[in-house]
Design a protein around this ligand. Structure first.
Ligand SMILES: NC(=O)c1ccc[n+]([C@@H]2O[C@H](COP(=O)([O-])OP(=O)(O)OC[C@H]3O[C@@H](n4cnc5c(N)ncnc54)[C@H](O)[C@@H]3O)[C@@H](O)[C@H]2O)c1
Length: 482
């Protein structure tokens, strides 16, 4: 973890900024960050930065940026935010923040004002950290963001040098494009990317550990509009260990919501498991501790790629059994219930995509629940084939791992119950499917590649597995969720 510059004596601090590598153990901190650390700072050029909004995000950002050596002007229309800050008093309770603010004010790297023109004129880059609360119907209130963009835009109109506006507030995908950029352009009379710069840089700090999170971020994401603004952000963030990821503005906007939804889902999942465990006389903390210790399948990238429904001989069966057991214990399981519903929705979505082509002769590529197995039990592709067959579609299925005559036991029983005609629909010859189909459903990546080798025309493809990362949905190619 990087140590905030303010923790260091001025001599050490200068050494660090001159590119020296230092090893610090148990460095004195004004709050509870204590660690044995090795770090390497490279010289970063100091900037003039304005921070709009002296709330939980803005106050921390402004104080930390000043602590990093930048000259920071914090802006807020509310004098109850501006006056205390200028007096060296933190407007919020946050461990370590008062010390940062006091030293920022003392060494004149940090000031606060309500004067937007002064702030924009005196800086090269503005971070916008104003509130984006919920309206009563749950929609996002962008009034503060719009007002801030208009005020900054009006100040840019009177400025000669290139100013960058970096949105840090949480805003839904498309908000930069549809609200913030137009407001800035209208008010400034200039074109974004030419007359001024723009970026979206989502904030991930957690209150109560905000300064620690600032100096040790899990990820830094810049939504890029123009390179000049990204270069400025990269310069400011050169001191951090994490390599910033530069993505499109919409992707950066979506990442913020995805992160928070993921955190909320994890909390509710852990709570639900805890509730079941408690009633079953098991310590839910012990269970979740073990779950979290597996970094290969549990706390990892595994199962976190958007795609088709889950299936196979374990997940659906075990979810059903767990929900049943919870019902017997009188424990509601809304997360587990919704997981089953979400899976059904993914199946319905695939079926609708086939139906939307208007074609009747369908080639299904892959049938087992994953590649390199002949296990068909609860394969969502079997379920999809069953629905299509049941509704009169003329289907042919290619899966070289499956020979109906060799299926045995529960696998055979499942096929008999769900696709009794499988033998007449299945082929191990890809050309048979190619000759038959008007549209292909790609359910297995390996077999889909084989199909791509022999199909040269442009029949519609419905891709459930993302055969090619570079491919996005268009007229004849539709990815299930990309
Ligand atoms: N609080 C968090 O932990 C956290 C973490 C990550 C992201 N966020 C997001 O960051 C944004 C800010 O959150 P917050 O908790 O700091 O909000 P906040 O309500 O604490 O602070 C917002 C501040 O903006 C000021 N403001 C309003 N209009 C302004 C304008 N035109 N110019 C300058 N200042 C203006 C307000 O007076 C207020 O002081 C939100 O979008 C939030 O979702 C918050």
């Amino acid at each position: 973890m990087l140590i905030p510059r303010g923790y260091l004596s001025s001599r050490n601090s200068d050494e660090l900024l001159n590119g020296a590598v230092v090893f610090i153990g148990l460095y004195p901190a004004p709050f509870s960050i204590r660690a044995s650390i090795s770090l390497s700072f490279s010289r970063n050029s100091l900037m003039q930065i304005s921070v709009f909004g002296i709330g939980y995000v803005g106050a921390v950002s402004a104080a930390c940026l000043a602590n990093d050596g930048h000259n920071v002007i914090a802006v807020d229309p509310n004098p109850q935010k501006v006056e205390p800050l200028n007096a060296g008093i933190s407007p919020i309770v946050e461990p370590g923040l008062s010390d940062f603010i006091q030293s920022g004010i003392r060494n004149k790297r940090l000031t606060a004002t309500s004067d937007v023109r002064e702030a924009v004129n005196g800086t090269d880059i503005s971070f916008v950290c104003v509130g984006t609360p919920s309206r009563s119907n749950g929609s996002l209130d962008t009034a503060y963001v719009t007002a801030a963009a208009e005020q900054i835009g009006a100040a840019i109109r009177e400025k000669n040098s290139f100013h960058s506006v970096v949105m840090r507030s949480t805003i839904l995908p498309g908000t930069m494009e549809s609200i913030v950029l137009p407001a800035l352009e209208r008010a400034s009379g200039r074109q974004a990317g030419v007359g001024f710069g723009v970026a979206y840089y989502p904030e991930f700090l957690r209150e109560s550990t905000a300064i620690a999170d600032y100096y040790d971020p899990g990820a830094i994401i810049f939504g890029r509009h123009d390179q000049m603004t990204v270069d400025r952000l990269l310069e400011i963030h050169k001191i951090f260990k994490v390599e910033p990821r530069v993505v499109s503005i919409r992707t950066a906007e979506a990442v913020k919501y995805t992160n928070n939804a993921w955190h909320a889902l994890k909390i509710s999942f852990a709570n639900e498991i805890g509730n079941i465990c408690k009633e079953a006389g098991i310590d839910g903390h012990a269970v979740m501790d073990v779950l979290c210790a597996d970094n290969r399948l549990n706390i990892s990238k595994a199962y976190l790629k958007p795609g088709f429904a889950f299936g196979g001989s374990c997940l659906p069966k075990d979810l059903r059994a767990l929900r049943f057991a919870a019902r017997k214990l009188d424990v509601p399981t809304p997360i587990l219930d919704a997981t089953m519903q979400a899976n059904e929705e993914q199946l319905r979505r695939a079926y609708s995509m086939v139906a939307a082509t208007g074609k009747r002769r369908i080639g299904i590529i892959g049938l087992s629940f994953k590649p390199e197995t002949d296990d068909l039990r609860e394969s969502p592709l079997v379920e999809l084939a069953e629905r299509l067959f049941g509704r009169g579609y003329d289907i042919r299925i290619y899966d070289p791992n499956i020979q109906v005559s060799k299926l045995t036991g529960a696998n055979l029983q499942f096929v008999k119950a769900h696709l009794p005609h499988l033998a007449s629909l299945l082929t191990t010859d890809i050309n048979e499917v190619v000759d038959h189909a008007e549209v292909f459903v790609l359910g297995n990546r390996d077999e889909a590649k084989r199909l791509m080798d022999v199909v040269s025309d442009d029949r519609p493809l419905i891709d459930l597995v993302r055969i090619d990362q570079a491919r996005c949905s268009g007229d004849l190619y539709q990815g299930i969720c990309w």
